[in-house]
Design a protein around this ligand. Structure first.
Ligand SMILES: Nc1ncnc2c1ncn2[C@@H]1O[C@H](COP(=O)(O)OP(=O)(O)O)[C@@H](O)[C@H]1O
Ligand SMILES: [Mg+2]
Length: 391
């Protein structure tokens, strides 16, 4: 039996980005108060939280101040200092645990853990020296993907290499500022999918159907649900996500990014122990969104229905869509497309590649939802990439 957090209790959120913002909005709807710890008092999360504590995400003092106010704490960002989160755990319940956070913070630890729990990953090696890189190159065929073990996101800190020379030059370039690289076989992708998994303190699990994720320049561009995969692949993805959530003793929401290769094999790419960009459609398409699901878990409330009532497509709005002087795109024109929902994160500075908001459409079919969300965003009619202006 879990203890239900009384209405009016306070949920603490480490990190003040859009994921914290949408979590705080879900918390408010259920009658909870929120406090966000983030350096920026005007950031997306702080704007909607009841309270804001200004501090860095490795600031143990600021975390203690958060613990004084919050009845339970979560994080919306992986690069929170895990030692500080571990210290926080002795003061207030933190979900997911600092142990899960640590796994997700280091790509080699992450893949080793996933393999240990019996789920498949692309063949990989760790390389923290040129000798280890040599070993990796003799074990794995080109092309390879090399990534920094820590700190990478949105395709940053990565290189695809096709030969020895490329591998050594990427090694020296990427290794500046980090301890270890992961060298992975580049998977011949049929599709990228993700499963968002929720697990409560009693070990109950709820899974959202797999979403299909399309990236551009390493950043999630469009996500659709349900992913157009056969029942076997969907079942495999769900089984993997559930195995990981149980094996990690997750309490909270976990996004499992996966590759489906040309043979229909499902491989785990990475884990995010928090709501995920590829689950934003659950706000409109599922009875209970990934954000509400997290709040329910933090509050000891029952898990909600994860079924997708209607097919959905989500398109990110990156800063590239803003004009040279920061002029916003024409939101009225976007909203004139039937069924479009607009989510803006309240970020003042648009920058190329920066996630400023997203659009979601639910429709009778996935294809219809994609067509409308791309039309709303202003993508070219032929479905090709819209022009990215650099300013
Ligand atoms: N081993 C791989 N094989 C094929 N594509 C890959 C591989 N690793 C990464 N990618 C591509 O790069 C994207 C970003 O890599 P990922 O490991 O998810 O890092 P990030 O933390 O930046 O999201 C993936 O979504 C995928 O498109
Ligand atoms: Mg990723």
């Amino acid at each position: 039996m879990s203890h239900v957090l009384p209405v009016g209790s306070t949920i603490g959120i480490l990190g003040g980005g859009q994921l914290g913002r949408m979590t705080a909005m879900a918390a408010r709807r259920l009658g909870y108060r929120t406090v966000v710890l983030d350096p920026d008092p005007a950031g997306p999360g702080a704007q909607v939280a009841d309270r804001h504590i200004a501090g860095r995400l490795d600031d143990a003092g600021a975390m203690r101040a958060l613990a004084d106010i919050a009845d339970v704490v979560t994080y919306e960002f992986e690069n929170v200092d895990a030692d500080a989160v571990a210290a926080l755990e002795s003061l207030v319940p933190v979900h997911p645990s600092s142990a899960v956070l640590r796994v997700s913070q280091h790509r080699i630890r992450e893949k080793t853990t996933v393999v240990g729990l019996g789920a498949p990953v692309p063949p990989f090696r760790a390389a923290s020296s040129t000798d280890e890189l040599e070993d990796a190159l003799s074990a794995l065929p080109f092309p390879l993907v090399m990534k920094t073990a820590t700190g990478g996101y949105d395709g940053k800190g990565q290189a695809v290499v096709r030969d020895r020379e490329g591998a050594f030059s990427a090694f020296h370039r990427l290794k500046a500022g980090t301890d270890t690289l992961i060298v992975e076989r580049q998977v011949d992708l049929a599709m990228e999918i993700s499963v968002i998994c929720a697990r409560d303190v009693n070990g109950n699990v709820a899974l959202y159907p797999p979403a299909e994720n399309r990236h551009r320049r390493g950043i999630l561009d469009v996500s659709t649900a349900p992913a157009p995969v056969c029942a076997r692949v969907a079942g495999r993805a769900a089984a993997i996500a559930e195995t990981l959530a149980q094996g990690l003793q997750l309490v909270g929401v976990l996004a499992v990014e996966m590759f489906v290769d040309r043979d229909g094999e499902v491989l785990v790419n990475e884990l995010a122990p928090r709501p995920h960009n590829s689950g934003h459609h659950t706000i409109e398409a599922a009875a209970v969104s990934q954000f509400e699901q997290l709040v329910r878990i933090l509050a000891g409330l029952p898990l909600g229905d994860t079924r997708i009532a209607r097919p959905a497509a989500m398109a990110n709005l990156l800063g590239d869509l803003w004009g040279p002087e920061g002029a916003p795109p024409d939101f009225a024109r976007m909203l004139a497309v039937p069924g479009v929902r607009l989510h803006l994160y309240g970020k003042e500075q648009p920058r190329p590649g920066r996630k400023m908001g997203h659009l979601t459409v639910v429709a009778d079919t996935v294809d219809e939802a994609i067509a409308r969300v791309l039309r709303a965003r202003g993508d070219r009619e032929d479905g090709g990439p819209h022009e990215i202006s650099l300013h």
